[in-house]
Design a protein around this ligand. Structure first.
Ligand code: UD1
Length: 357
């Protein structure tokens, strides 16, 4: 079987890694890796390839940053000849970024079936660009690989043909399981000036939180409250770096760092007393690790992290965030479950469906 595997942005890299490791174990499957170039900085891209032993991309489309329409269109334009020339049996896309929908749409229009990994997740918030990408990608994909039961239910409610839906588990957890020993050894926490279980980790990058000055100021006010009680380590996404420049804040116990590699970041998260985030994937990683997570959003497309895991949806109100952080830091770890099939074998199940056991 000839697969074309697509990766474009940082959260894609830890999802394609275990799929490519699994392909390498199967002599009858060949994969061509296409990097769209949606993320391109060394710390947002190459570092992940090196740490996760992802092979060098066969093709780099080098699209870079642009508005949604321009970026999506540019990926489609550059991906089309790759599919025409490569003639893959299937194109595999992961997650919900612009590269995901752009490559899925290009492939199906050329008659090449698409496999979507992380299908069925829904925030039911259509102001989120990722929600549009999820809905559209699922609507045109032949194989819908689902990470949690809500995904199966959402796809059923949308009328997806049941034979297309496969509940396989979570590929990001495959990577976490495989890298656990490595990330433990990756970095000394003293590099960040903190001690195990004695700090919070913060990540922020959603346009709804970062690009709206009033919301961003409110979140900084919340961070000010949290860092009075607990040091806060904040690896800053490029989008957020720009917003911070416009809202300089003097928070002595806030430790700003550049975007981290996968191993350093997972070490930091795994030893944290608490994580505050607006990311999707981090809600899942904290659930697996049993680290309390406060999600600074009004909704989540990953409800199993709340029902079974350690995640609490706190929204963007500064007072509520500070109160929730205090409560979570006091309560500590324990009392969570790891969702079904988050066991390190999701990629094997995916390849079994696509290429046979
Ligand atoms: C994208 C994804 C989002 C994902 C996030 C993870 C979409 C619609 N959004 O959002 O779902 O959660 O990635 O990071 O696909 N930039 C750099 N270096 C880079 C990449 C970006 O400096 O390597 C800067 C650019 O100025 C760019 C901005 O960051 O304009 C935002 O990047 P972009 O890819 O447009 O969106 P993200 O916010 O990263």
């Amino acid at each position: 079987m000839k697969l074309t595997v697509v990766a474009g942005a940082r959260p894609n890299f830890m999802k394609v890694a275990p799929i490519l490791w699994e392909v390498a174990r199967r002599p009858h499957v060949r994969a061509t890796l296409v990097h769209t170039g949606q993320h391109y900085d060394e710390k947002m891209s190459k570092l992940f390839f090196d740490q996760l032993k992802i092979p060098k991309p066969d093709i780099d489309l080098e699209v870079g940053s642009a508005s949604h329409a321009v970026q999506t269109a540019e990926v489609m334009k550059r991906f089309e000849p790759v599919v025409v020339e490569g003639k893959p049996d299937a194109v595999l896309v992961v997650g919900d970024v612009n590269s995901t929908i752009a490559c899925a749409m290009t492939a199906v229009k050329l008659g090449v079936p698409v496999a979507h990994v992380e299908a069925g997740l829904r925030s039911f918030d259509r102001t989120m660009p990722e929600e549009i990408n999820r809905l559209l990608t699922d609507a045109i994909s032949e194989w819908l690989f689902v990470s949690e039961p809500s995904g199966v239910e959402n796809l059923r409610n949308e009328g997806a043909y049941p034979g297309r839906v496969h509940f396989v588990g979570n590929v990001m957890i495959d990577t976490l399981v495989a890298c656990r020993d490595q990330f433990e050894a990756a970095v000394d926490l003293r590099t960040f000036g903190v001690e195990s279980n004695g700090y919070a980790v913060l990540t922020l990058h959603r346009p709804a939180n970062v690009d709206d000055p009033a919301v961003f100021r409110g979140l900084l006010r919340a961070v000010e409250g949290v860092q009075r009680e607990l040091p806060v380590v904040f690896p800053v996404h490029p989008r957020t770096r720009k917003a911070l420049a416009a809202h300089p804040a003097a928070l002595p116990n806030l430790k700003l760092v550049d975007p981290l590699g996968y191993l350093e970041f997972m070490k930091l998260v795994s030893h944290a007393r608490l994580v505050l985030t607006d990311s999707g994937g981090i809600q899942e990683e904290t659930t697996y690790l049993g680290v309390p997570c406060l999600t600074l959003r009004e909704n989540t497309e990953r409800p199993s992290t709340i029902d079974q895991g350690t995640n609490v949806l706190v929204g963007m109100d500064p007072d509520k965030i500070v109160a929730a952080a205090r409560k979570a830091a006091k309560a500590g770890r324990g009392g969570h479950q790891v969702p079904d099939k988050w066991d390190g074998h999701a990629s094997r199940r995916i390849l079994d469906v696509l290429a046979g056991p």
